[in-house]
Design a protein around this ligand. Sequence first.
Ligand code: ZN
Length: 173
Amino acid sequence: MTLRPILIHPDPRLKKPCTPVDAITDEVRALADDMLATMYDAPGIGLAAPQVGVLKRILTMDCMKAPEPPRPMVLINPEIVWKSAETSVYEEGCLSIPDQYAEVTRPAEVRVRWLALDGSVQEEHFTGLWATCVQHEIDHLDGRLFIDYLGPIKRQLITRKMEKLKRDRARSA
Ligand code: ZN
């Protein structure tokens, strides 16, 4: 298991639609393991493959809160098959946009279908934080970030901060 570096916005790889996984190979299993480890290490509750530079439709998530036991999930080729008309607002953040948070409105509940690592088709109804998280991560697979829901001024402000963060990191590396 290897921790993979997380790409920081702006990066062209975070803006591209990802391609479906056509076979669950050892490479895919290794990527899923690495993504879970990277997500827990960050720490974060969700991670999408493009955030580690792999443009494939894979995401990991675990929105359990201690003392609940962890629930590491790997979703391959996830699809939203139903969304509620009712919306909810959540203050979102992103491992690719560190320390920036903003309120985003999304459907409050979604039903998602995906392939599990064993190749079985799974379907689940997500509510609360799980619903927000899975939609945020599926957005990543379509090249969309939570800041794309904000107004242009706020989005530009955050992007400038991230450009500065990347410059500072490059200088101190
Ligand atoms: Zn994110």
